[in-house]
Design a protein around this ligand. Structure first.
Ligand code: DC
Length: 227
């Protein structure tokens, strides 16, 4: 297999898509694009504007009229990227409990999805991209050169998310994170797809480095697998 130009990584919340996607993109010199950021950005802007989150048309209108820009980090404060909505830096708001709580509802509206998927497709068309999300291999880039579906038990994902949040200084309990993930999995299920031609990988007991190696090996980009 020649080096894939478009790589889709799908999987449930906290399955390690971001870490893996970033490492893979870095290794290949590609752009890493986390599509969840757009749904989160729209949720933040909608909450700020006190929109009715049950109203698909209002949210679709907001999605179509707000300019979202995702840039490499503009401030050295631990962020992985900078997200601007109509000129406002909203990067840190995207991980707030409020956004976490409402993003599944916002992303459930079909017209909202179509608008954001079209923006994602334009980024994908440029190639040399690793794009992570829920529906990339099936809906956004069905012709991606390489599709990966990443999964792990909800308990392992909850462990990972708990450590991430604690690293950010947030006092969270494992049980609370686990319950949030179970609820989120249920709400996201209808928009999470595993492409028939995706390589399925489990993060259970594999480090991100080992997973990157697995992928490079599977696609013939390196000769031997380790670990
Ligand atoms: O990956 P994440 O947790 O940042 O995603 C935030 C939310 O956005 C999640 O609840 C599901 C939704 N999402 C989606 O529906 N489709 C995508 N391609 C990416 C995210």
């Amino acid at each position: 297999m020649s080096t894939p130009s478009t790589i889709a990584i799908d999987g449930p919340a906290a399955s390690g898509k971001s870490t893996l996607g970033q490492m893979l993109a870095h290794h290949l010199g590609y752009l890493y694009f986390d599509t969840g950021v757009l749904y989160r950005a729209l949720t933040y802007v909608a909450l700020k504007g006190q929109l009715d989150l049950a109203s698909g048309p209002s949210l679709a209108n907001l999605a179509g009229t707000t300019l979202f820009t995702v840039l490499p980090p503009t401030v050295a404060d631990g962020r992985q990227y900078t997200v601007i909505a109509d000129g406002e830096d909203i990067t840190w708001m995207l991980r707030s409990a409020q956004v976490e709580r409402h993003v599944s509802q916002v992303s459930s509206h079909p017209r909202v999805r179509e608008i954001l998927q079209e923006q994602q497709r334009q980024i994908g068309h440029a190639g040399h991209v690793v794009m992570a999300g829920r529906d990339i291999g099936v809906v956004v880039m069905p012709d991606a050169d390489l599709k990966i579906y990443l999964d792990a038990s909800v308990e392992e994902r909850a462990q990972r998310r708990t450590s991430e949040l604690r690293d950010q200084g947030r006092a969270v309990e494992y049980a609370e994170v686990l319950n949030d993930l179970i609820r989120r999995d249920a709400r996201d299920a209808q928009n999470t797809f595993r492409a028939a031609d995706a390589v399925a990988l489990s993060t259970e007991g594999r480090s991100p480095e080992q997973l990157v190696h697995d992928i490079l090996y599977l696609t013939g980009m390196v000769e031997k697998s380790s670990g």
